[in-house]
Write a new protein. Structure first.
Length: 20
């Protein structure tokens, strides 16, 4: 689950971790 967050971190950079 670390690699998926690293790839989505670039797109969710502005939304931070709202899906979490």
């Amino acid at each position: 689950m670390g690699s998926v967050i690293k790839k989505r971190r670039k797109r969710m950079s502005k939304k931070k971790h709202r899906k979490l």
